[in-house]
Design a protein around this ligand. Sequence first.
Ligand SMILES: Cc1ncc(COP(=O)(O)O)c(C=O)c1O
Length: 396
Amino acid sequence: MEQVPVGMTDGLPRPVYLDHQATTPVDPRVVDAMLPYLTSEFGNPSSSHVYGRAAAEAVGRARAQVAALIGARPEEVVFTSSGTESNQLALAGTAYARRAAGSGDHVVTSVIDHPATLAACAQLEQDGFRVTRLPVGTDGLVDPDDVARAAVPGTVLVSVMHASNEIGTVQPLPDIARAVRGRGIALHTDAAQSLATVVTDVTTLGVDLLSVVGHKMYAPKGVGALYVRAGTPGPAPRLVGGGQERGLRAGTENVPGIVALGAAAELALKERESDAARIRGLRDLLLGLLIEGIPGLRLNGSREHRLAGNLSLTLPATGAAALAAAVPEVAFSAGAACHTGASAPSPVLTAIGLSAAQASRTVRLGLGRYTGEDDVRTAARALVRGARGAAAVTPG
Ligand SMILES: Cc1ncc(COP(=O)(O)O)c(C=O)c1O
């Protein structure tokens, strides 16, 4: 398979990329699929002439490709600009529509959900909704019994992410769905992190709404989708205007991005299981090498129910930021998330029982489609050397 040029730039070696939960490179096959829609096929899908029809057909094909990946029907897929927008449409769109219909004003989510979900919930709270944020166990998993208890008369929506962008844990969505079934509650999941390697089928998961994000599955940034189960009331649109996407999301479609998302979905459908097996093998190799080289290293979150490419690791003595500075040969997340810049300990890490000090010694390593065994061995050597060296100078 053709490799993306992540290894070198201008003749200079670049770090091994181990941050696939932050973003994935775009697959060259996806680039090939989208390029014509930036050049010759530039029409607006709403135009009735030949240029417009070609663009509309491409959007239709992509809709079918995304639907096939998640076991949905094409008409159940709404294209958006991002995971953030998909979550906003799912959460606020559903909450406002259901409150207006007199169904209630209570929303349930988890403490480890992505800020795009948690901030949407906080906004709803400011507008009079009640929000319950479920805890997780030390394994990073939501207990479906907690969901059953939290869902009360007046609950309109439960939103629990499928896979964690920080600790990689994959939630028991089918059990959560059973806990709310038949109670008139919409179930949403943010599947941003899972689509590239986890078999994610809306019927098996039992969800009514599911967020898709391009840049976590080898498509570009700035494109996403929301699955809305046929017959699900709402969501009310958050963007109104020209009536695109059946009135659920106005705005001229990002045709190249949508074509790319479709192509990435088709590749994921074909390759996610083989990708997952290969990546899991490399991840376990990396974990083994790190445990051997750094005594006292701790893996966070369930080992069994986790993304193939994710390791969340707490170092025994080295600060994550010090390690990142000491190991420029590896690009990884010291802040543990794709929203770095915050100095407070990650709420996800504290939710699984880590102290602030442990959280500050926690790193996230994310492997992906182009990670090779050489990358893993290089990264392991550098991280072990860095952890030993930086430990000597890291206080506490
Ligand atoms: C789980 C999860 N949900 C939502 C998002 C937001 O997606 P976007 O960056 O496309 O807005 C991300 C990553 O950024 C994510 O990891």
